[in-house]
Design a protein around this ligand. Structure first.
Ligand SMILES: Nc1ncnc2c1ncn2[C@@H]1O[C@H](COP(=O)(O)OP(=O)(O)OP(=O)(O)O)[C@@H](O)[C@H]1O
Ligand SMILES: [Mg+2]
Length: 498
C-alpha cells in the first residue's frame, strides 16, 4: 500500500521539528531517510506510527486519507516501526514477547507449547530464525532486533520503518538484516530505512530522501547520487574527512591492566586474562565484534562491574574494584556503550545531566550550596562547544534527538579533562559532521596528554584514530598491531584466524 505524507507540520513549543514535509513511500521500495541529528527523521516517523499527532497535514494510506491516533491505528493500517531502542520485555521469552498484546493471548497462556511451535514456524517461514523459548535478555542484540521485526510482521506490517537499525549491529548482522530487507522489497512491502552511515544507504536503498531542519532537502534515486552529494544536501557543504592524524609521541604509561578476569551477567568468564597498557598521548583502539567481552572490560575499568582477578592501575595507583566515585576521582571518564542505560537520566534536563558527577558539583558549589549561575553558564558553554541542539539547558534529554543525547554524554566526559578516557562507540547515532567533530576532539585530548582506550565496533573509526590496535576475541586480546597494519590482518584476527 502506498503511503503518502502531505505537508506535515509538527512543532514542540518554539521548535518547528517538521516544517511542511511531503513524501511518498512506495510498495516494493527501500527508501532511506538521511539527515543531521535533529533534522526530524524520528519525529516524522513517529507521526506516521501514531505516536505524535501532526499540527497540520494529511496522511494517505492505500489511496485514502487516514487519521492515525495511536500505534494501534498505524498497525491496523499495516505500518510497523522498529525503534532506536527496543521495546521487548527482557525477562520474557521470545514467544511470550511475540504473543503479548495479541488478542488471542489468553488462549496462548494455557498453551505454551503450541505458542512456541507456532512462533518457530512463523520465524522459519520469514527466514528469521530464533529460538522461541529463550528469554530475550540472553539474546545478542541482532537477534533481539529480529524478534522486533517478527513482532511487526505478525501484526501484518506492509510498511516497515526501521530507525537506525544498524547502529547496534555487527557487520555480519548488518548483512543478515539487509538480506531480510531485500526479501521485504521482493514481497512488495515498503521499507523506510534511517541511518547515518552513507555506505549503508548507498548499498541498500532504492531511493533516498534527505531531511534538513524539518524540511525535505531532496529526494533522488540512490543510483543517481553519491556520498559527497548526500552530505552536501544534509549539511550544505562537504565534510573534509581526509585529514591525517598527527604523529604519535607517547608519554608514560597511564592506564595498565594486568591479567584481568571478569564474569558477565550470566556468570560466565567474559574477560579472560586481558593485559594492556595505554600511554599518555595515545589512543589504543580495541577492535572486535560486539559481545567479545569489550562491554565487561569497559564496565570493570570504570567501576560498574567487579573483577574476578587481575589488576587495574591508573598511573601507579591500584584502582582494581574501587568505587565509581574513587575511580572518577583518579581521572577516568567514561563514554558508555548504552547511553540509555548508563549514560543519561532521561527525565533530567541537559543541565542536570551535564553536572551529574560529584567533581563537577563540588567545583560549582559555594558554602555547600550549588552556584546555579555558574552551573548555567558552564552548561551553556558546553552546549555551544559540543553543538548540543536543545531548546535550552533546562529541556529534558528525553526530548533531544538521539545524536544530541550522545553529544551530552560526550561533553560530560570530555569536560572533566580526564587523564584516562574509556570511549565505547563514541559516535554511535551521530551524524557525519558531528562524527568528524568528535574524532577531532578525541585527538585534541590525546594531544593534551590523555590516555584514550577507544572500544569500537566500527573498524573505520578504529583505523582513523588509533595509534595501536588491539583485537579482542572471546574475552582475550588476540593481537596488538601498529596503526597502518593492513585491514585484512585485523579482520583475520577479529574472525579468529591465526
Ligand atoms: N518530545 C519532544 N519534545 C520536544 N522536542 C522534541 C521532542 N521530540 C523531538 N523533539 C525535537 O524535534 C527535533 C527533531 O528531532 P528528531 O528526534 O526527529 O531528530 P532526528 O532526525 O531523528 O535526529 P537523530 O539523527 O539525532 O536521531 C529536535 O530538535 C528535537 O529536539
Ligand atoms: Mg532519530
Amino acid at each position: 500500500m502506498r503511503v503518502v505524507l502531505r505537508d506535515i507540520c509538527k512543532g514542540f513549543g518554539p521548535v518547528q521539528a517538521i516544517d511542511g514535509i511531503s513524501l511518498a513511500f512506495e510498495p516494493g521500495e527501500i527508501h532511506a531517510l538521511l539527515g543531521e541529528n535533529g533534522a526530524g527523521k524520528t519525529t516524522l516517523m513517529n507521526i506516521l506510527y501514531g505516536l505524535y499527532q501532526p499540527d497540520s497535514g494529511t496522511i494517505e494510506i492505500g489511496g485514502a486519507a487516514r487519521r492515525i491516533r495511536s500505534p494501534g491505528d498505524a498497525i491496523a493500517l499495516g505500518v510497523g516501526m522498529i525503534h532506536q531502542h527496543f521495546t521487548l520485555i527482557p525477562v520474557m521469552t521470545v514467544a511470550e514477547n511475540l504473543i503479548l498484546g495479541e488478542s488471542r493471548a489468553d488462549r496462548w497462556h494455557l498453551d505454551r507449547r503450541h505458542a512456541s511451535d507456532e512462533i518457530a514456524a512463523f520465524s522459519q517461514h520469514h527466514r528469521l530464525p530464533v529460538d522461541p523459548d529463550v528469554p530475550v535478555w540472553q539474546l545478542p542484540v541482532g537477534t533481539q532486533q529480529r524478534v522486533e521485526i517478527l513482532k511487526a510482521l505478525r501484526r501484518g506490517a506492509q510498511t516497515l520503518i526501521l530507525d537506525e537499525p544498524t547502529a547496534v549491529l555487527t557487520p555480519q548482522e548488518v548483512e543478515e538484516l539487509f538480506t531480510v530487507l531485500r526479501g521485504f522489497r521482493e514481497s512488495g512491502r515498503a521499507v523506510v530505512f534511517i541511518s547515518h552511515k552513507l555506505h549503508e544507504v548507498m548499498t541498500i536503498s532504492d531511493r533516498v530522501t534527505v531531511l534538513r531542519h524539518g524540511r525535505v532537502a531532496g529526494t533522488t534515486q540512490t543510483e543517481c547520487t553519491d556520498p559527497a552529494s548526500l552530505t552536501r544536501l544534509m549539511i550544505g557543504r562537504e565534510v573534509d574527512t581526509d585529514w591525517v592524524r598527527p604523529p604519535f609521541t607517547p608519554g608514560s604509561v597511564c592506564l595498565s591492566v594486568n591479567d584481568l578476569v571478569v564474569r558477565n551477567d550470566r556468570d560466565r568468564d567474559a574477560v579472560r586474562g586481558v593485559s594492556l597498557q595505554v600511554h599518555r598521548g595515545e589512543i589504543l583502539g580495541i577492535a572486535g565484534v560486539d559481545g567479545n567481552g569489550q562491554g565487561e572490560l569497559a564496565e570493570t575499568l570504570t567501576g560498574l562491574r567487579r573483577s574476578v582477578s587481575g589488576k587495574i592501575r591508573i598511573r601507579d595507583r591500584d584502582i582494581t574494584d574501587a568505587s565509581i566515585a574513587e575511580i572518577a576521582e583518579q581521572g577516568i571518564a567514561h563514554i558508555p556503550q548504552d547511553r540509555q542505560k548508563t549514560g543519561l537520566v532521561s527525565g533530567f534536563s541537559v543541565e542536570e545531566n551535564l553536572m551529574l558527577d560529584a567533581g563537577m558539583l563540588r567545583r560549582r558549589s559555594r558554602n555547600g550550596l550549588l552556584d546555579l549561575v555558574a552551573i548555567r553558564a558552564e552548561t551553556e558553554r558546553l552546549m555551544e562547544t559540543y553543538d548540543i541542539r536543545a531548546r535550552d539547558s533546562r529541556q529534558a534529554v528525553s526530548a533531544l534527538s538521539g545524536g544530541n543525547q550522545q553529544k551530552v554524554v560526550l561533553a560530560r566526559a570530555l569536560s572533566r579533562r580526564p587523564d584516562v578516557l574509556i570511549a565505547f562507540n563514541p559516535t554511535r547515532g551521530v551524524d557525519v559532521n558531528a562524527t568528524d567533530e568528535i574524532h577531532r576532539r578525541l585527538l585534541e585530548h590525546r594531544a593534551a596528554g590523555a590516555a584514550i582506550l577507544l572500544i569500537s565496533t566500527e573498524l573505520e573509526e578504529i583505523y582513523r584514530l588509533s595509534d595501536r590496535i588491539a583485537v579482542m576475541l572471546d574475552g582475550r586480546i588476540v593481537g596488538i598491531v601498529e596503526a597502518g597494519t593492513p585491514r585484512q590482518e585485523v579482520g583475520r584476527l577479529m574472525a579468529g584466524a591465526v
